[in-house]
Write a protein that binds this ligand. Structure first.
Ligand code: SF4
Ligand code: SF4
Ligand code: SF4
Length: 183
């Protein structure tokens, strides 16, 4: 069976925010794994996962490095989850000039999570392995060939949820109402 016929596997790390203790073991493990020589040093500034921390509000958000962005975006939303208020930047994976995350301190090059690609492959990403609080959970999700697109109802649901999180339910309903009334 060819790879195309078999579909592909998407690797994901799920985050249970309520379980993160802010111990930063994930940062240390990631930086050690990617050190040269491997495990030769520990420096969270070189980690591809950082824990956005607000100790006063008991908020800890582990976020893995995504893409480089050259400029700050205008996203200034706040999210309230289980009684805590989080800024949009706390969940953002970008190597962004608004903060000192995800830029390699010596070279200035952006860092990006590689899900700990290695040969032979790791059983699971290292940050997941060292997270004793089980805040991080590794999951492999198979997408069957020919089924890469979401079913229409699920795609529509996700689109609406994204709009609601960015605006508000009332605004989205009002916009849908306006669209429905168009001749
Ligand atoms: S190792 Fe787990 S509990 Fe500790 S900071 Fe990282 S994600 Fe949070
Ligand atoms: S960290 Fe992300 S959300 Fe915050 S300004 Fe930068 S790109 Fe925007
Ligand atoms: S999956 Fe691997 S590379 Fe990505 S943040 Fe975790 S330890 Fe670092």
């Amino acid at each position: 069976m060819s790879a195309a016929e078999a579909g592909r596997v998407v690797k994901e790390i799920l985050i249970d925010l309520g379980k993160c203790t802010g111990c930063r073991a994930c940062e240390m493990a990631c930086s050690a794994f990617h050190a040269r020589p491997r495990y030769g040093s520990v420096n969270p500034a070189r980690s591809r996962i950082r824990v956005v921390t607000d100790e006063v509000n008991d908020e800890y958000v582990p976020v893995r490095a995504g893409n480089l962005t050259r400029a700050e975006c205008d996203g200034r939303h706040f999210y309230r989850l289980e009684g805590k208020r989080y800024s949009e930047c706390s969940f953002c994976r970008a190597a962004c000039p608004s903060r000192d995350f995800f830029i390699e301190p010596d070279s200035g090059l952006p860092l990006k999570c590689d899900m700990c690609e290695d040969e032979p492959p790791l059983a699971e990403p290292l940050c997941v392995t060292v997270c004793e609080a089980q805040c991080l959970v590794y999951r492999e999700r198979r997408i069957e060939a020919g089924q890469e697109a979401l079913p229409a109802d699920e795609a529509a649901e996700r689109g609406v949820l994204a709009l609601v999180s960015r605006h508000s339910l009332a605004e989205v309903i009002a916009a849908l109402d306006r669209v429905a009334r168009r001749p």
